[in-house]
Design a protein around this ligand. Sequence first.
Ligand code: LLP
Length: 381
Amino acid sequence: MTPPLADLARRHGTPLYVYDLDAIGARAQQVTDQLGGTARRLFYACKANAHRAVLARVAAAGFGVEAASPGEAALALDCDVPADQVLLSATNARPRDLAAALERGLSVTLGAISDIRRVGALAPGREVLLRINPGVGDGSHPHVVTGGPHSKFGIPLEELAAAVDAAAAAGLVVRGLHAHIGSGIAEPTALLASARRLLEAAAGMPGVRVLDLGGGFAIPYRDGDREFDVAAYAGGLETLLAEFEARLPVRPELWFEPGRFVVGPAGYLVAEVMCRKESGGLTFIGLDTGMNHLLRPALYGAYHRIVNLSAPQALLESVEVVGNLCETTDVFASDRPIPRPEEGHLLAFLDVGAYGYSMASRYNLWPLPKEVALSGGREQT
Ligand code: LLP
């Protein structure tokens, strides 16, 4: 059931992000059930949405947290996620941040030989995961593909032997291999190809007990889009594990790091129409928000459904929905049929629970939007 977005916007003002915690809890349960089995661990990629109540709800569903920065790790700890359930994926990490993470007992995933050397110097004997670039990538847009040729992420497979040597020389124990090959992945094919490469690598590494397969599961954004088939992916992984059984000393524990899939559909951004304007044969609908608050359309050409909360039954009109910033690319939708938006109407963007507020900025010195999280129809603080 959609939250009472117009009421909330009237009460809190616009622009306003609204999160449905019950929907988030249900999706966390869905992904847990579909991945099945006991030898699984789930980590919520909190870069998708780091609202405290959201993080707490996903953690309550049994997830650990994948943190991309010291800030995200600190938030997870502050929300009472136990340190050994927080997984820091270090990218260009500063030594002081690695030191702090190790001291607090977080798990770390290292994606470069320089990180291996640093962690070895700080905490010899520690168990670590190595992030691999398995040579395959996938995603909804080239900007969100994080594996394959020319990717900055992870240790290329050709370098893995050198990385393992560096880990041994630094006194580290390589407990697992990790790959996250992209985001908004519609079909399991590339993820399974990546898992196969990790299994092949693990077959030559007797100490490896964990394969962290990252996140990346797509959600529907347009009417008719299909959701990533988590159950089919899990089935494909079972088949792969069976194939590798004889070649691995132990059946590896599988870890996953979904972000978007858990929270994306459960978030809304409500904005008010400030301006209607005809220009060059186009009708511009100017909102009191902009790409500073929802960057995905400008950055990836991403599509978000837009509903007119004030006049859902009005005749459809094809319009340009634009933001209030001094940027030409500050466009949310072009030639989009929407029930005729008038000044003062409230519009809602759907499926913005992931990578909405978490990518917001204060460009043009607009304040960040407010956020409200609901559970059982009640606002949480
Ligand atoms: N694990 C790692 C190491 C990651 O870098 C990411 C996302 C995830 C897990 C979670 O991926 P998910 O399940 O949410 O696809 N801003 C872009 C998405 C960038 C994703 C970055 N890394 C967007 O708005 O589409």
